[in-house]
Design a protein around this ligand. Sequence first.
Ligand SMILES: C[S@@+](CC[C@H](N)C(=O)[O-])C[C@H]1O[C@@H](n2cnc3c(N)ncnc32)[C@H](O)[C@@H]1O
Length: 273
Amino acid sequence: MNKNIKSNLKEVPETMLWTLHNRATEAMRNDAIIKDDKCIEIYRLIDYDYKKSFGKAEPSHAVRSLLFDKEIKEFLKEYPDGTIVNLGEGLETQRFRIKEKKALWISVDLPDAIAIREQFIEPTERHIHCPLSVLDIKWFDLIPKDKPVFITAQGLFMYFSEEDVRAIVQDMLSAFYSGYLMFDTIPKWISNKTMSKKGWRKTKYYTTPKMPWGINRNKLNTIKKWSSNIVKLKEISFVFPRGAQKWFFKLFLALPILKNYAPTGVKIRFTKP
Ligand SMILES: C[S@@+](CC[C@H](N)C(=O)[O-])C[C@H]1O[C@@H](n2cnc3c(N)ncnc32)[C@H](O)[C@@H]1O
């Protein structure tokens, strides 16, 4: 296959190639935890030295996708014509993995990110692309207000300040009448590493952007105080399929103190009173 699409992505939008690298490499394995031909196709078409920037691929982002896929599928079982909003979707191919017929999918990402997405994925009436910052609430106008919505932010909120995360969460939860918001969090130590003078150097050639918002697991419950529309907050652990990461995470999660220092998924159920 020809490698013909160049990437000029920088800063946070470039991180979509990091997650693509990890997800596609996992999807190419015989014992892969996700099946995703579209992801592999996109991965191969982009002319980018993934290994040079991000190093050897590992399954963390496929693990994350799997967690989100599972929760979205459950939502669609209950609300087959519901709305799924993917904030900061990058080159995620969730809708190709979750083959459903009636839902409305809305992808909100920065204009440069949507431009590269559209090199591979065409928007349609049921799959809308919105080239806006998530923090610009004009995208709210696209969301039907009379049916449940499932909003996802995968690998996004850590790049915002805590004030921005809180403000956009509060705005979303008061704008939409009921549904779910799911996102992943990083613990403080990872955030601190990215904010240090040296930054988080993944490789000699790539330092991750700053990730200002870190929150330890034992503080996740404080998010409930952000909005009186939050009915329930569920913490979701990452479970690795194999290798050292599997045992490392098992150990981390088994020990109450260490558990606080692991990345965690959060699913919020909300409804207007
Ligand atoms: C780590 S990537 C994650 C991409 C995708 N969710 C995934 O899991 O593969 C971060 C994404 O957030 C997007 N992003 C960063 N800041 C944003 C903002 N203010 N509004 C919308 N998207 C943003 C980037 O363009 C990029 O697509």
